[in-house]
Design a protein around this ligand. Structure first.
Ligand code: G3H
Ligand code: ZN
Length: 288
């Protein structure tokens, strides 16, 4: 099985991106696995601090290991948006492939100092783990929002990217390039889409030279996705769209089977609903 670094190197050469999808239950997990298996593509799954509080850290790692071994699927586990070194170390010890150390909520200089410490701590447990750092504020919630969160919209500069990567030695950078976590109501209704600054993505890529991740993928314009990937984004995160599909699928399952009490009979409706979203995103991210 290829390492995550090797998978990203290949994707970067091919100018495609690896899809990263969050899960906190078997419905979403099974949907992501089924979509990736059908398309025969590598995939990343992520659990944020909140999500892994629910799944369990070791349990999330065991699920991924099981699927890798049973199906030979190149599936990689990410400790998404980790805010403390203690939680990063816990994920590193559990065998995660990537850890996102996210202190984008503090001042740039402090973010550099904290991330540098986190990289050293993680690599001392396992030097193979990829560490991602974040600069620029893009909000924090994969949910349906009333309005754009305060402070979102300021773009990362190429200089900041160069300085951050050189000082922290992160393997992957997550910049702010017009992206935002979550969906506005208008985006759920399909009236508005997120638009990305493609030129800035290319400038940041040239300045830092590392792998880059596009966070906040839900609700993004398809053409912007394609151009962002060509400009240097190698991982794309999508979460809120899956959560919406999960909720709608669960509701449809209950509505279709009002007298059914076996979860494994009702929940496949939700798996299908989430799988549809994951498949369409994987097809888009993987198209050359
Ligand atoms: O890390 C998670 C992602 O960045 C998800 O963003 O909920 O807007 O798709 P999203
Ligand atoms: Zn994110």
């Amino acid at each position: 099985m290829k390492t995550l670094r090797e998978v990203l190197q290949q994707a970067s050469r091919d100018k495609i991106a690896i899809g990263h999808f969050n899960f906190s239950d078997l419905v979403a997990f099974n949907a992501i696995v089924a979509a990736a298996r059908e398309l025969k593509v590598p995939v990343m799954v992520g659990v944020s601090e909140g999500e892994r509080e629910f799944t369990g850290v070791a349990q999330a790692a065991a699920l991924v290991k099981g699927v890798r071994e049973e199906y030979g699927l190149p599936i990689y586990l990410n400790a998404d948006h980790t805010h403390s070194i203690a939680k990063a170390e816990q994920a590193a010890k559990a065998g995660f492939d990537e850890i996102i150390f996210d202190r984008s909520d503090i001042k740039f200089e402090e973010d550099i100092a904290e991330t540098k410490r986190a990289v050293e701590a993680i690599k001392s447990i396992n030097p193979e783990i990829l560490v991602e750092g974040e600069i620029g504020w893009i909000g924090a919630s994969s949910s349906v929002l009333e309005k754009v969160p305060e402070g979102v919209g300021v773009l990362t500069t190429p200089d900041e990217a160069r300085q951050f990567v050189a000082a922290t030695k992160v393997d992957v950078l997550a910049p702010a390039v017009g992206n935002m976590h979550g969906l506005l109501q208008s985006m759920v209704r399909g009236e508005v889409q997120k638009r990305l600054n493609i030129e800035r993505i290319a400038e940041i890529k040239a300045a830092c030279g590392t792998f880059m991740t596009l966070h906040g993928g839900s609700g993004t314009n398809d053409d912007d996705f394609k151009r962002a990937i060509k400009a240097g984004m190698t991982i794309v995160h999508v979460n809120t769209e899956l959560r919406l599909a999960w909720r709608r699928g669960i509701e449809a399952g209950f509505a279709a089977m009002p007298n059914e009490f076996s979860p494994y009979k009702i929940l496949p409706v939700a798996v299908e609903s989430v799988k549809k979203v994951v498949k369409s995103r994987l097809e888009l991210f993987g198209s050359k």
